[in-house]
Write a protein that binds this ligand. Structure first.
Ligand code: IDP
Ligand code: MG
Length: 169
């Protein structure tokens, strides 16, 4: 099935795998009914969804997720926050998606984030900032397997990829 799909959808589908990032709509994003708003921004930007899972994060996974912040004053708080209510974990794909998604998310604290960004438009909190996004290829490689098995990452082509990612140089 996927072989036929690739053959029918053009050369782009055979290009090397684009970059992937882990995006999580955090507990406040779910509770504040922001899932559709946030997904639609990434979808309209042209990122390709590779995986999505609605789940309750365990405290153990939250600790692993934020291991880089262990020892900082907000560590216990951010672990509790991530595990406080369900989240929507997603993997989005595009060349340069990690940096693009971080720009679209905005600065960490909602009250600092620029208007036009997700946090800037919808958060004025310090810690409750709606969304997580991997900050580097190394972080993405660490974070994605915390939430998704390899076989849950779907490989497929978008039929409008030539328009989304067109080049004229
Ligand atoms: P990021 O989410 O923009 O990558 P990080 O510095 O990696 O920001 O921090 C992870 C998360 O921890 C933040 O999104 C936020 O929820 C929380 N956090 C970071 N710094 C603070 C703080 O000083 N007070 C409370 N929560 C914080
Ligand atoms: Mg971070």
């Amino acid at each position: 099935m996927s072989g036929i799909f690739y053959r029918q959808t053009g050369a782009y589908a055979r290009e090397p795998m684009a970059e992937r990032t882990l995006i999580i709509i955090k507990p406040d994003g779910v509770q504040r009914h922001m899932m559709g708003e946030i997904i639609s921004r990434f979808e309209r930007k042209g990122f390709k969804l590779a995986a999505a899972k609605f789940l309750q994060v365990s405290e153990a996974t939250a600790r692993r997720h934020y291991a880089v912040h262990e020892g900082k004053p907000f560590f216990e708080g951010v672990v509790k926050y991530l595990a406080s209510s369900p989240v929507l974990a997603m993997v989005w794909e595009a060349d340069g998606v990690i940096d693009m998604a971080r720009k679209m998310m905005g600065a960490t604290f909602g009250y600092n984030a620029e208007p036009g960004t997700i946090r800037g438009d919808f958060s004025c909190s310090r810690g409750y900032n709606l969304i997580h996004g991997s900050d580097s290829p190394e972080s993405a490689a660490y974070e994605i397997p915390l939430y998704f098995a390899d076989e849950e990452l779907v490989n497929y082509g978008l039929v409008d990829a030539d328009w989304l990612y067109g080049k004229n140089d």
